[in-house]
Ligand binder design. Structure first.
Ligand code: ADP
Ligand code: MG
Length: 349
């Protein structure tokens, strides 16, 4: 596979009002051609700065950026084979949708009929064939988002950069656009570098994810690897819910400094139930007595906060909801058990 985008030891330092901000530090990253790659992290972790450096809107303080083998570190945005979709879409309000989409061809001097034909094709691709003559103000948020996408695709970029492109949409529409965007990317075969702070969005759309924390890349992995084998506490807790046991609490179960167990990997055996000698318990290496502190309903499961009998931090346990079943009341006692494979060692910093 060819590397579409490569960052080598890239850092970006901002100096504003006498203060120095290390926005991005020591990033090494290879994005493969045709990949849907997501930069995931909390607000302020350096995702946008990283994307802007790939797009050429911000120059790195240090390091090398290359796109399809060409060193672009010092090139302006228009000289790079990439295009960007920004969160606010940045459409021209006074121009028709067709002209908005065709804009990138107009500035290159492409003739009117060619660019209108191409723009119409892209409107067809994003399922907006009928709205070419309208103005941006006459479209819904989801439609404007698709126009922004069509506009960014008109110059046939080899790499498309998307900075939280679905952030302004409500949940239902966002989920619909996630599906559309993913299938469009497959259909076009373009490399997407996608920024989000939403772990669900990242997990469901990406081929691989890079997790940012305070300007650094903590881990790069496929969604399933990231979820099953996070290497640090930060990743474990940012991607999905996690029980992290440290020090004494961890030593009880394994010879490690810190370990993680996902809430759905723990089985609860209620004191009142008759299954206390079930298979689960016999085969489980680890067990712990705990009391219900709180129960939160998530639709498909109850997330139980369980307080260990002998102290320590509470553990989250996800219990599937059987139809119409009520949550066990606060105070109820249970035995928590989990197999050895459910425990994953974490690096301690
Ligand atoms: P994210 O997109 O993950 O929210 P950003 O890349 O926007 O993060 O920001 C990373 C850090 O760099 C933040 O602390 C932010 O305040 C700072 N930063 C970003 N752009 C600038 C700038 N132009 N000048 C000064 N500081 C900046
Ligand atoms: Mg950002």
């Amino acid at each position: 596979m060819t590397s579409a985008v490569s960052l080598r030891d890239v850092s970006c330092v901002f100096r504003s009002a006498g203060k120095t901000v290390h926005a991005v530090a020591g990033i090494d990253l290879q994005v493969q051609a045709g990949e849907f790659f997501t930069l995931l992290g909390p607000s302020g972790s350096g995702k946008t700065t990283c994307l802007r450096m790939i797009g050429g809107f911000t120059l790195p303080t240090k390091g090398l950026i290359s796109i399809h083998g060409q060193d672009v570190s010092q090139l302006p945005p228009y000289a790079r084979p990439v295009n960007t979709v920004f969160q606010d879409y940045a459409l021209f309000p006074h121009m028709s949708i067709l002209d908005n989409v065709a804009y990138g061809l107009m500035v290159r001097g492409v003739d009117l009929s060619t660019r209108e034909k191409k723009a119409q094709q892209l409107l067809d691709t994003v399922q907006l064939s009928e709205v070419g003559q309208r103005k941006p103000g006459q479209l819904s948020g989801g439609q404007r988002q698709r126009v922004a996408l069509a506009r960014a695709l008109i110059n046939a970029p080899r790499v498309l950069l998307l900075d939280e492109p679905l952030g302004a949409l409500d949940l239902k529409l966002r989920e619909q656009m996630q599906t559309e965007l993913k299938s469009l990317q497959r259909q076009l075969g373009i490399t997407f570098i996608f920024v989000t702070h939403d772990q669900h969005e990242a997990l469901s759309m990406s081929d691989r994810i890079g997790v940012f924390n305070q300007g650094r890349l903590e881990q790069v992995a496929t969604p399933s690897e990231l979820y099953a084998r996070p290497t640090t506490r930060f990743v474990a807790e940012f991607v999905g819910a996690a029980n992290v046991l440290q020090g004494e609490q961890a030593h009880r179960y394994a010879a490690v400094q810190a370990l993680m167990i996902r809430p759905e990997c723990i089985t609860l055996l209620w004191d009142s139930s008759e299954t206390s000698t079930s298979q689960t318990m016999i085969h489980s290496a680890a067990r712990l007595r705990a009391r219900v502190q709180e129960a939160h309903f998530f639709g498909a499961f109850w997330r139980m906060h369980m307080q260990p009998e002998h102290g320590g931090a509470h553990l989250l346990v996800d219990v599937p909801v059987q139809s119409g079943q009520a949550a066990p009341p606060p105070g109820a006692m249970a035995t928590l058990c989990w197999p050895n494979e459910a425990m994953h060692a974490l690096k301690v910093d």
